[in-house]
Design a protein around this ligand. Structure first.
Ligand code: NAP
Length: 290
């Protein structure tokens, strides 16, 4: 069992840190809104620290799960940042969905100080975090990955090293690009079925046993038909992710014409008040036209 720090107790981080404690690791947490850290410590029997640096002191593994690149900088760098508290040889694991650039930047900073860095974005959503069955895509050195993998398996079902620093974030970008296109296709198809007057529960039951099946169909199609979006992966996070993908594509030359369009459709959802709605809310744009 290891001494761990977990920084960022949001929808994802709170249950992930809980799984670490449940496995018997000694966990110290930090959260910007301190009340959440106090609540976590009370619930899971760990300790709450006043700064990321204080949380990281004495830890072999320091995990982050915050919002975006700037948030990572504010908890990892500077006098009160996690890196300042970490000892040589220890490992910083970042579960935030962020750019490949910030992963490379933190990897360089950690290496300079004799520490290690792994970018490790996750897929599986709130339910995956709560049930401890996340998919974790990692970038970094093999040695650091091998050491950190058993700890990540407290909340990860598939934990895979994809390549050097940044490769985890690049893999997550591929994941988000797949989802965006698929959800728009599903939204158009379901809206078509509704307008055709079909029994959509029946349609979904039948076609989900054939080639149209997908995770989105199994987990989201029925709520899309019902117009229920008050759960799941928020649209604002998806727009953040698509922006990262499009910036990376500008560098690597990949064309993302459909993604650019879907990003605009998500913008429309936000304008309709859906910034915290699940990404399946793309169908809302189409239903509005009825
Ligand atoms: N939610 C999902 O289904 C899901 C799925 C896969 C991946 N992700 C990714 O996982 C990451 C976290 O998502 P989430 O849903 O857990 O987000 P969330 O519920 O909004 O939590 C964000 C966490 O980061 C902290 N934070 C944000 N900015 C900060 C800053 N500048 N300084 C210090 N702490 C800061 C927040 O602290 P406060 O409590 O003080 O606000 C909170 O603990 C994101 O990158 C997201 O894209 C999310």
């Amino acid at each position: 069992m290891a001494k761990c720090a977990f920084i960022g107790l949001g929808i994802m981080g709170y249950p992930m840190a809980g799984h670490l404690a449940a496995k018997g690791h000694e966990v110290t947490v930090y959260n910007r809104t301190a009340a959440k850290a106090e609540q976590w410590a009370k619930q899971h029997g760990g300790r709450a620290a006043p700064t990321p640096r204080a949380a990281a002191e004495g830890a072999e593994f320091v995990f982050l799960c915050v919002g975006n690149d700037d948030d990572i900088r504010s908890v990892a760098l500077g006098d009160d940042g996690a890196l300042a508290g970490m000892a040589e040889g220890t490992i910083l694991v970042d579960h935030t969905t962020a750019s490949a650039d910030i992963a490379r930047e933190l990897d360089a900073k950690a290496t300079e100080q004799g520490k290690h860095f792994i970018d490790a974005p996750v897929s599986g959503g709130q339910a995956g975090a709560e049930n401890g069955v996340l998919t974790i895509m990692c970038g970094g050195e093999q040695g650091a990955f091998d050491r950190a993998k058993p700890a990540m398996e407290a909340y990860g079902r598939a934990v895979t090293l994809m390549g050097p620093a940044g490769a985890g974030q690049l893999t997550k970008m591929v994941n988000q690009l797949c989802i965006a296109g698929l959800v728009q296709g599903l939204a158009e198809a379901l809206n078509f079925g509704i307008r055709a007057g079909l029994d959509m529960d029946k349609v979904i039951d039948v076609i989900s046993k054939g080639a149209a099946q997908s995770w989105q169909m199994d987990n989201r199609a029925k709520t899309m038909v019902q117009g229920k979006f008050d759960f799941g992966f928020p649209v604002v996070w998806m727009r953040k992710d698509l922006k990262i993908c499009m910036e990376e594509a500008n560098r690597n030359g990949a064309l993302l014409p459909t993604t650019a369009l879907i990003d605009q459709f998500y913008h429309q959802v936000i304008k309709a008040g859906g910034s915290r709605w699940d990404t399946s809310s793309l169908i809302h744009n189409l239903r509005l036209l009825d």
